[in-house]
Design a protein around this ligand. Sequence first.
Ligand SMILES: [Zn+2]
Length: 403
Amino acid sequence: MPQQSGDTLQRAIQQLDPAQSDYALRCVEEILSAARRCGATDVHLQPTAASLEAKFRIDGVLLPVADLPAPAAANVVARLKVLAGLLTYHTDRPQEGRVRLPQDEIEMRVCTYPTLHGERVVVRLFAGAGRYKYFDDLGLPADAFGPLKRLLGETSGAILVSGPAGSGKTTTVYACLREIARASGGSRSIISIEDPVEAAVEGAAQSQVRPTAGLDLAAGLRFLMRQDPEVIMVGEIRDRATAEEALRASLTGHLVLSTFHAGSAAETVGRLSDMGIEPYVLRSGVLAIMNQRLLRRLCTCAEPSERPEDLLGLDVARARVPRGCEKCGGTGYRGRLLLAEMLPLTDGDLARAVLDRRDTKIIERMANDSGMIDRWGRARRAVEEGLTSPAEVRRVLGFSEKH
Ligand SMILES: [Zn+2]
């Protein structure tokens, strides 16, 4: 309930006395506990000429929640820097640190950035609102759930989860690791290299990159291979070196899971190819590519709309639009919905298209012809079922593609 949480936070802060020496400390406590209460994934503190604006990102959307008095801004920011082990006297350079408060399990990353009116801070709450889920709770559609669950039992090959930033890729990969650990009863050796480790997964040996020690994802992967792994999780494939190491592992008897930044499953193939990964490596190494998006779910207060302009050009027969009530804090949305498209690369024609370096659009069309329901198909279905609104689909998927 974002609006209520914002009001409560603003009130709580107003009750604090700026003259007290623990003012900044108490402000930070109030902000972080409010953020946890309403399941925010990020806290933004933006200094302006007049105040320090606090905003929360909830369900992917940034909402203003409180204004702190300008004279206190530097102390509030300094308090967060102390928590994150950053150097408070450096205010002219970006810094990054991590916090884990003793009273909770939530790990946070604090990033500062110097701006015109002082340091801006973004706090990422890694496990806010139970974001770390089990495989069965991800909300995958049946035609992705079954095949993906089966692939988690494979002993070699790569499963790539792609999507833009904030689409829940890491949550999915962690849920897959938990499922592998559960299903094998601890009998499979699961090792990860991540940047950073966002949550602990029971049954997996997780490690984090240390760039200053020369341990990046690709180097980490090479060391990890000597740890007798069976299942390998690579936080994200961002460059050719990591892609090559990950796919080499997938071709030599390891199940590899990783995330990749791409707009669609077919685009993932194209971008890996552009990175210099040979088509035959993709063809033999990659078992499946999933692409996903998170859309806000309409609250029960949503109402049906007959107006063509509410459909925003989507090819749907009917839709519901957000209204806003007390339960959803006036936003019209509550919770999120996972849209997933699953591209299996084991299909004969598709595999050949990958080998022939066919264009992304052609691969997507072939995948759709062979039964893949792409993100647009899922989105249209979700709109017609009244789960989300056309406006939310456009917010997340954009207007650039015709649908
Ligand atoms: Zn509502």
